[in-house]
Design a binder for this molecule. Structure first.
Ligand SMILES: [Zn+2]
Length: 68
């Protein structure tokens, strides 16, 4: 299990991996809160750089955001 040094408090240890309340942009590293929750297959957008991603969950239950 790898942990990122930032924002790694409890969200990754949480059992609730099916939805997520925020994401870190892979491009600009900005943290984007998502009050509605992010689910697998959702299209999400970074509010800072405007890039769009599709949320995916790997076999290791880790979130990945693929640029659209
Ligand atoms: Zn961004």
């Amino acid at each position: 299990m790898q942990k990122l040094p930032q924002h790694a408090e409890e969200e990754e240890a949480d059992k609730d991996v099916a939805s997520k309340k925020d994401f870190d942009c892979p491009l600009c590293s900005a943290n984007n809160p998502y009050d509605d929750g992010i689910k697998v297959g959702d299209e999400i957008r970074c509010y800072y750089c405007g890039a769009e991603f599709r949320a995916e969950l790997t076999q290791e239950n880790r979130w990945r955001f693929r640029e659209i």
